[in-house]
Ligand binder design. Sequence first.
Ligand code: HEM
Length: 480
Amino acid sequence: MTSTSTTVACALLAIFLLSFQNVWRVVQTWRFLLQGRVMMLKHAQDNPHKAFSLSVPGNRLHILSSNEHWHDINNAHTSQLSPNAASREMFQPKYTFGFDWSAPREHVSLATVRSIRNMTLQIPLFQGRFVEILDQEFQQAMATNPQEEGWTRVALWTVLQRAITRINTLLLFGEDTAHNDEFILRGLNFVNQTTLILESVRLVPFFLAPVVEKLIKGRGHDRQFVFRTLKDLIAEREAYRKTMPESSRTKPRTFLEGVVDYSQDDRTTQQHVDSINSTWVISTLAIPVVVCQLLQDLYTHTEHFEALRKECDVIPLHESSRSQEISDYLGKSPLLEAFAMESWRRNCFQSNTAHRMAMKPFQFSDGYKVPAGEMIEFHQRGIMNDEARYPEPEKFDPSRFLGKNRSLVDTGIEWPFWGVPRYICPGRWHVANVEKLVAVYLMQNFEGKFKSTKSLNFDWRDSLVPNPKMVLLMKPRLKA
Ligand code: HEM
């Protein structure tokens, strides 16, 4: 062999090995997309509390699961482990929302968190309005869907997504927007496009991302409509603040008004649009998922149904003058609470919580190292399937939570769904309220059963995603 042919052979071998490595990486990342939940749970069960990592599209994901890891994540400063950078990686705002997130986290979220707290205090006043929305959406579904042997075939996901989007919009933006059909239609198109874009742009080479974005969102009319609506509402509140002396101003009635009122004065309207839009999109995406999975459990673990219905029948849902009492009852319905907790525990719609990106090399207290730029998540599904905490974890058994003084809005490593204490989710009361309210509404007003219980959900990345094709057969409940 001449030296030239040796060089060519070596170069070809190097290219082969490199592309093999790339192909292997692509195979690994696709494996994560389709089987990530199973892979992570198996690892957690075979190697309890041991950190490990997986290739994910465009990055590497480190999965942590011990008490110490939990505290390390909580204690790390945002300049070490950043939730904002992790959300940016997950939501791809440049493509989904048309702007990038560069503002420091503290600046964005103080007014947001305060406004969510204020909004939470008002939930009892809104219960009657939420029930009106449920009435409108489910009656419409009953009137327009096909019949089958005395039952109506309801596309559960579609109805829930619409009803919950309206409830969420009522609390976040107010009555007029929640009843504006064009906003709800375009808003849901925008949210669904957001999900598709954020997934797709992470799967294609970066130079194709703008093309993929364009293919999915078209001319972007839905997004523009949502942003225009928010801009108008924000401008209205800003004008109110400017013209009304502080002593005579009313308390903010919606999340949006709260963000404007509580923010520092140097925030532009566009910055308000950005942060308000993110909160609305994320909550509109997540709440229907947990509600849908609770209903799946309600209609598949039917052995608990009558006891639950008995407990919930006393709640005065249709007496709007007793709105506050609805909240009180929802807060003290022990079987419903325990059933909903068991639904979260078994489904774990997100295997992982507390998403972070390492901004510089990071070392956990057990010595586990994460290079800068890589992702970190805490594996809550491991905790929820830990035999020591939950014997026979596969079994659906609400009694695990009965009489234990536990609730859906608990926090801490034993109930990690809302994240670590330092960044705990301020929206959790709203989520728990909507979830229980919808379940009670359906139990009080309808009979239901699934057309088929096969493939009600599918795995994607670390998530359990409801199958939009599922059909719930429904008929009005005959009351004595
Ligand atoms: C099923 C629904 C939801 C789940 C599972 C969820 C979960 C979480 C988690 C895990 C965190 C991050 C904690 C961490 O990084 O350690 C978080 C933060 C946050 N959530 Fe939620 N959330 C939900 C719904 C909502 C809703 C409805 C709102 C508001 C209306 C909301 C507003 C927020 C905000 C503003 C933060 C950031 C808090 C901060 O950085 O201080 N979330 N949420």
